[in-house]
Ligand binder design. Structure first.
Ligand code: PMP
Length: 382
């Protein structure tokens, strides 16, 4: 196999998943929404689209109506004809953005901890990773450390706001500070905004497209996976300027040449009926419950500002004696609840040994059952 694949770690959660599934545990590790699609009409529309014969190739850039809907959702004046491309999830969008922006050896600046796929995908295209540490419990960067990560070889910075796994939402001032560095070093910003509709407590999501210094150098990645609870439909998108978009579409024709046509048609006709503000309010109540349960258990974390994850320090519970993986395994065995070990989210996994990630986009019943299990003490062995 190729040298570029040699460093690929594979999914570090797989072994824990298999054990969790076999034992009927509650899985709070993955980000997959723990409830059916937010809109039953999405499902009806998908069936209708297939019956109506929408079963052949769609335009590779994506269903025109769906691109219009995405542009409206973004609300930043994007031209759906020339600036939006529908992809197979945000996952493909990220890969296209990286392949189209970076040559092997180019440097890319990204935060640690961060969504592990950002680092892995950048490494796969041959980029050199320059991690900037986020300092807990609020997971903020130090401006001097950020500035020191940029140099003449920097080609791009990878952002994710609201963030997986930290639950941070980048402020306008932080975005402006990052944009000034991109301007100075002529770098592109690739901003993963898949959780843009999940911002809590009256905060506002600040998109890369709202920052003047990012103009002409920004690529925004989004997805319907979590906002519309259709992660299996693989509906993501890229939003950029017309010149970059032309390149993206050529690469897209070589990667997947488009995601499922009838599902695009269904999303185009029914996604508007999903009330994203209501989904956000519900998610914020689930966040409150998760914060209550896991702080009650003794974990430490700053309040989650956005997204669907809680990223917690377990050292008050373990006294540093168990690392995150051993802790997750013990919690799984003792209580039948699976959380994600934090180490894989760090540039240097050793820095994550005292952290776990907990997804709270679950039904209230599931979260209540998790509460019951973690407070009930040891499970009887079966
Ligand atoms: N970006 C982030 C930050 C994510 O957490 C995820 C899902 N875990 C993705 C992208 C992938 O999204 P999609 O299902 O649209 O490929």
């Amino acid at each position: 196999t190729s040298t570029r694949t040699a460093g690929l770690a594979g999914n570090s959660l797989t072994e824990l998943f298999v054990m969790a599934r076999a034992s009927g545990a509650i899985d709070l590790a993955v980000g997959t929404p723990g409830y059916p699609s937010t809109s039953a009409s999405l499902v009806d529309e998908a069936t209708a689209a297939m019956r109506a014969g929408r079963n052949q190739y769609e335009h590779p850039a994506g269903d025109a109506e769906l691109r219009r809907l995405i542009a409206d959702m973004l609300g930043d004046g994007a031209d759906p004809e020339r600036e939006i491309t529908v992809t197979a999830g945000a996952t493909e969008a990220l890969y296209i953005a990286l392949l189209s922006t970076l040559d092997p050896g180019d440097e890319v600046v990204l935060f640690s901890p961060g969504y592990e796929q950002l680092a892995a995908s950048a490494a796969l295209v041959g980029a050199r990773l320059r991690f900037v540490r986020l300092h807990g419990p609020e997971w903020r960067y130090d401006p001097a450390e950020l500035a020191a990560a940029f140099n003449a070889r920097t080609r791009a910075v990878l952002l994710n706001t609201p963030a997986n796994p930290t639950g941070r939402v980048l402020s306008r001032e932080e975005m402006e500070e990052i944009a000034a560095l991109c301007e100075r070093w002529d770098a592109t910003v690739i901003c993963d905004e898949v959780y843009r509709s999940f911002v809590f407590d009256g905060r506002a999501h600040v998109s890369a497209t709202e920052i003047p210094a990012f103009t002409g150098r920004n690529v925004v990645i989004g997805s319907l996976s979590k906002s519309h609870a259709v992660s299996g439909w693989r509906l993501g998108f890229l939003r950029s300027d017309p010149v970059r978009t032309e390149t993206f579409r050529r690469v897209h024709e070589l990667t997947t040449n488009g995601t499922a046509a009838p599902l695009q048609a269904a999303a185009a006709s029914a996604a508007r009926s999903v009330d994203l503000d209501e989904v956000c309010r519900e998610t914020s109540r689930r966040r409150d419950l998760a914060q209550e349960v896991f702080s009650g258990m003794g974990m430490k974390f700053a309040p989650v500002e956005g997204g669907i994850f809680l990223f917690a320090d377990i050292s008050p519970l373990t006294g540093g004696r168990e690392d995150c993986r051993a802790f997750a395994l013990a919690l799984l065995e003792r209580s039948g609840v699976l959380v994600a070990p934090g180490a894989p989210f760090f540039g240097d996994p050793a820095e994550g040994r005292d952290h776990v990630r907990i997804a709270f986009n679950r039904t209230v019943e599931t979260l209540r059952e998790a509460e019951r299990r973690v407070t009930a003490g040891p499970r009887k062995s079966t």
